[in-house]
Design a protein around this ligand. Structure first.
Ligand code: PEP
Length: 240
């Protein structure tokens, strides 16, 4: 059985003081399920220090496709590894949509993370227009295949995040999530974990996590509220 994982994506939120309180609460409150927090780059050192020796994994939100060199503003996989990152998000829809990341670039970032010994969490998902045009399966498989064309998936994690559900308060129904997860699971090894992301909250988490091919969640807004994030982790723990 696949171990469940709940990852919090803090996006561009936080401060030293706010992070301290949030990390303290998560360390104290999350038990019995694998959990990671994806913090902004400047707070990696704070995360590394606070999470050392705890059950919570540190993660980053992005990684350069390059190993080193003249790439102003970029951060390499080796740098993330030095700060103790176990995971890194790759291909989040905000990166694809707002910063023009292509499938090829996402595949290169995935490879760079693996080369640095960091487990990528590859994000895929369709827009509302793509779903309404009946293209969901085609889009998510294209995004996965771009990575598989370049790398072994290994022990990487996949996150299905319908773009129309991210930060909108509009969640895929458990059945909609399960349908896409089942399609994706067939493309990957049976051991690959597939997280669902898109407006997961304490009141809908249990129903989503109850789906057979949903192995946890990637949580945005609710990961900034300690009580909500802990409740979502508890819902993941109860599954199975
Ligand atoms: C995300 O950013 O990956 C996400 C799922 O955000 P939210 O939970 O706020 O929809």
């Amino acid at each position: 059985m696949r171990a469940r994982l709940v990852a919090g994506n803090w996006k561009m939120h936080g401060s030293l003081a706010a992070n301290r309180a949030l990390l303290d609460a998560i360390v104290a409150g999350v038990h019995g399920v694998e959990c990671a927090v994806c913090v902004p780059y400047p707070y990696l050192a704070q995360g590394q220090e606070r999470l050392r020796g705890t059950q919570i994994a540190l993660a980053a939100q992005n990684v350069s496709e390059h190993a080193a060199g003249a790439h102003t503003g970029e951060v390499s996989g080796a740098m993330l590894a030095e700060f103790g990152c176990r995971y890194v998000l790759v291909g989040h829809s905000e990166r694809r949509q707002n910063y023009g990341e292509t499938d090829a670039q996402v595949a290169a970032k995935f490879a760079a993370a693996r080369a640095a010994g960091i487990t990528p969490i590859l994000c895929v998902g369709e827009t509302l227009a793509e779903r309404e045009a009946g293209r969901t399966e085609e889009v998510v498989l294209r995004q996965v295949d771009a990575v598989l064309g370049r790398s072994d998936f290994g022990d990487a994690v996949l996150a299905y995040e319908p773009v129309w559900a991210i930060g909108t308060g509009r969640t895929a129904t458990p059945e909609q999530a399960q349908e896409v997860h089942a399609t994706l699971q067939k493309r990957l090894s049976a051991a690959t974990r597939i997280l669902y992301g898109g407006s997961v909250k304490p009141d809908n988490a249990a129903a989503i996590f109850a789906m057979p091919d949903v192995d946890g969640g990637l949580i945005g807004g609710a990961s900034l509220v300690a009580g909500d994030f802990i409740a979502i982790c508890e819902a993941a723990q109860r599954k199975g």
